[in-house]
Design a protein around this ligand. Structure first.
Ligand code: ADP
Length: 255
């Protein structure tokens, strides 16, 4: 609680008493702490690939550049790490844009087109896997009043995860209008997660398994971005998952 005390004086400077203002600042403090944690997490996440890049550049400069095979391997690592740095920066900027700007809906978004586009975009990623994406458009579901880019981003993030965490199996996408809601489901038959993680995966930079996430190239911001987009449209997101069985995300967006 923040307390402010102001003396109350009459015209002749006679003291009438004190005005005490008590303010509940729990929420402000909570936001301040969240912001501080976020900045320190961002700094750490950006520093990791940068340190690795600098380390390999130094080693190359110190002589490794003369050994062709070693140099090629180091340059590959530098390439991967700078790509990671770039994805991180893009995701951080996107998250802050979603948080700070009101959504401008220019035209109703054709969900069927968005889903089909995203499936096409991800084809190269499933080409070397034994994974099929199943999507059957519903005849009565086509337009939803939202920014198409945001809907696309939401689907990219969910589908990208489904592909990343499934080696063999099926990814099913469903999108339909139920009463006054648009219901969107992305389900995979991949590695799944244990119950204990489900409440935390929407937090920024939370990863079930840091090593695994690093290998798959995630930034740890994908689901946080999805959640923010859903909240922008006053919607809800739910996750169900079973280890080694698969994961299902269900999003409900009110019309
Ligand atoms: P990342 O960029 O690491 O994938 P996300 O915010 O997209 O970050 O997801 C957070 C964590 O949730 C991931 O690190 C992963 O462990 C877990 N996760 C997300 N989607 C799936 C999925 N479809 N199957 C299994 N685990 C998932």
């Amino acid at each position: 609680v923040r307390v402010t005390a102001t003396p109350l004086l009459k015209d002749n400077n006679k003291n009438l008493g004190i005005l005490l203002i008590l303010e509940d600042i729990t929420q402000i403090r909570k936001l301040e702490n969240m912001r501080r944690d976020f900045v320190s997490n961002v700094t750490h996440e950006l520093k990791t690939p940068l340190t690795s890049i600098r380390g390999f550049v130094d080693t190359l400069k110190a002589g490794a550049i003369k050994e062709e095979q070693v140099a090629a391997r180091f340059i590959d690592i530098i390439d991967i790490e700078s790509e990671r740095l770039s994805s991180l920066i893009n995701d951080i900027l996107l998250l802050s844009e979603i948080e700070s700007k009101e959504e401008q809906v220019v035209a109703p978004c054709n969900m069927d087109t968005v889903i089909t586009d995203v499936i096409e975009l991800l084809q190269p990623k499933i080409a070397h896997k034994n994974v099929v994406i199943v999507y059957s458009p519903k005849p009565d579901m086509d337009y939803y009043p939202a920014n198409a880019n945001r809907m696309k981003q939401l689907l990219i993030n969910l589908l990208d995860n489904a592909v990343k965490y499934t080696e063999v199996g099926t990814i099913t996408i469903q999108c339909e209008k139920r009463k006054n809601k648009l219901v969107l489901c992305v389900e995979d038959t991949g590695i799944g997660m244990e119950e204990e993680h489900l409440g935390r995966i929407f937090e920024r930079f939370y990863r079930v398994d840091k090593g695994r996430a690093r290998k798959t190239g995630g930034t740890g911001l994908g689901l946080s971005i999805v959640k923010h987009i859903v909240e922008r449209y006053n919607g809800k997101i739910k996750v169900e998952s079973k280890l080694n069985k698969g994961t299902k995300f269900t999003i409900e967006l009110p019309y």
